[in-house]
Ligand binder design. Structure first.
Ligand code: AMP
Ligand code: MG
Length: 351
């Protein structure tokens, strides 16, 4: 059976390849995910303890066409049924970003359907609205992933005001690096969360960088160094280090988010990005929202880590507003959601 005729909703193909997940999904403007598939590359990168960009890009080239075929077959959809093709166009590892973007351009060219060049961060930012039909703008968004840690006021599609960002490492990066120091497998976040269940979060004294300061931003580099010293000392159980580290990250996220909530009238606190898949992080921020009398929304874990449903959904939101892109849309390694935000001090300035 084919995709129904006479429909009024839009059908969008979402494509994602900006980091180490190749993904394709078919999403409707009515929040129905007809099919989706993600193939991670953990095994390919594990020997190196982190993502190797060249390996990632080559794997996307091998995986993405099969994934597109798979979701189309699963949903009984043919290219002519699509209303638009939404592909991540950045930010991310540029070799990988180009794979989904070029696949999207090829499909757009062959079908004559519009291309939507999606900002991956907007994919994360709008993902809670795919999961929660009642989530309206504005909302205060904590976006914590492998490459980013930001607080943003989401005011509308394409309209974000950045309140804070990290001056060094991202929260997910801190999880990944600490996991490596503890001898845990890549990717680090889920492994640390698992080990932390067996540890005492008060056992190892670790710093909470910038907590309690008037500065709005995040910092995790000092915490990572402290984990390194604690691991090297041989004094502590790895589970205690994992639990204490996770608690320190949570304390930083909660303190910085509380500070941002004090400057924003947004009625809802929203958390997205890979770190939002962490159960302890989710509970701590839900509690903060309750304390500050804000509603709380977090997508299911599978929608927090990289996927193409969120790219298809961001495409659907943009398509509804007539926001399509030309076939010469560039692939971008950096692409801030709030282009007007000031650069922050610190060595590793993140968009
Ligand atoms: P993303 O960049 O959005 O794909 O998110 C990936 C990042 O989220 C990586 O740095 C992961 O280590 C991190 N992450 C994924 N799951 C968890 C988890 N359960 N706890 C903490 N961090 C996580
Ligand atoms: Mg991501």
């Amino acid at each position: 059976m084919g995709w129904g005729k006479g429909r009024v909703m839009a059908l969008i193909l979402g494509l994602e390849s900006s980091c180490d997940d190749s993904a394709a999904a078919l999403v409707t403007s009515e929040r129905v995910i007809l099919a989706q598939a993600v193939i991670g590359q953990d095994d390919a990168h594990r020997p190196f303890g982190g993502i190797v960009p060249e390996i990632a890009a080559r794997a996307h080239v091998e995986m993405l066409p099969g994934l597109i075929r798979r979701v189309m077959d699963e949903a009984g959809v043919v290219p002519a049924d699509l209303d638009a093709i939404a592909a991540t166009a950045g930010p991310g590892l540029i070799g990988g970003v180009m794979v989904a973007l070029l696949a999207g351009k090829g499909l757009a060219l062959a079908t004559g359907k519009p291309l939507i060049a999606v900002n991956h961060l907007e994919g994360h930012a709008l993902s809670p609205r795919l999961a929660d039909p009642n989530l309206a703008f504005p909302y205060l968004l904590l976006l914590a992933s492998g490459g980013h840690c930001q607080l943003l006021e989401a005011r509308g599609v394409g309209d974000y005001r950045r309140l804070a960002t990290t001056i060094d490492d991202a929260a997910g990066e801190a999880f990944d690096k600490s996991a490596k120091l503890l001898g845990l497998p890549y990717p680090g976040g889920p492994a640390v969360e698992q080990l932390a269940l067996e540890g005492d979060p008060r056992a190892v004294p670790l710093p909470r960088p910038l907590v309690g300061t008037s500065e709005p931003h995040f910092s995790f580099a000092g915490l990572k160094s402290a984990v390194q010293r604690a691991a090297a000392s041989g004094v502590h159980k790895p589970a205690d280090i994992a639990a204490s580290f996770q608690q320190a990250v949570i304390d930083c996220l909660v303190d910085r988010t509380a500070r941002a909530l004090a400057t924003s009238n947004a009625p809802t606190l929203v958390v997205a990005g890979g770190v939002a898949a962490n159960g302890a992080v989710r509970s701590a921020l839900a509690e903060l929202a309750q304390q500050k009398r804000r509603a709380f929304s977090v997508p299911p874990g599978w929608l927090c880590t990289d996927n193409a449903a969120m790219i298809g959904w961001a495409g659907a939101e943009r398509f509804a507003l007539g926001l399509t892109d030309p076939l010469d849309a560039p692939a971008r390694a950096r692409w801030p959601l709030d282009a007007s935000a000031d650069k922050v001090r610190g060595a590793g300035v993140k968009a």
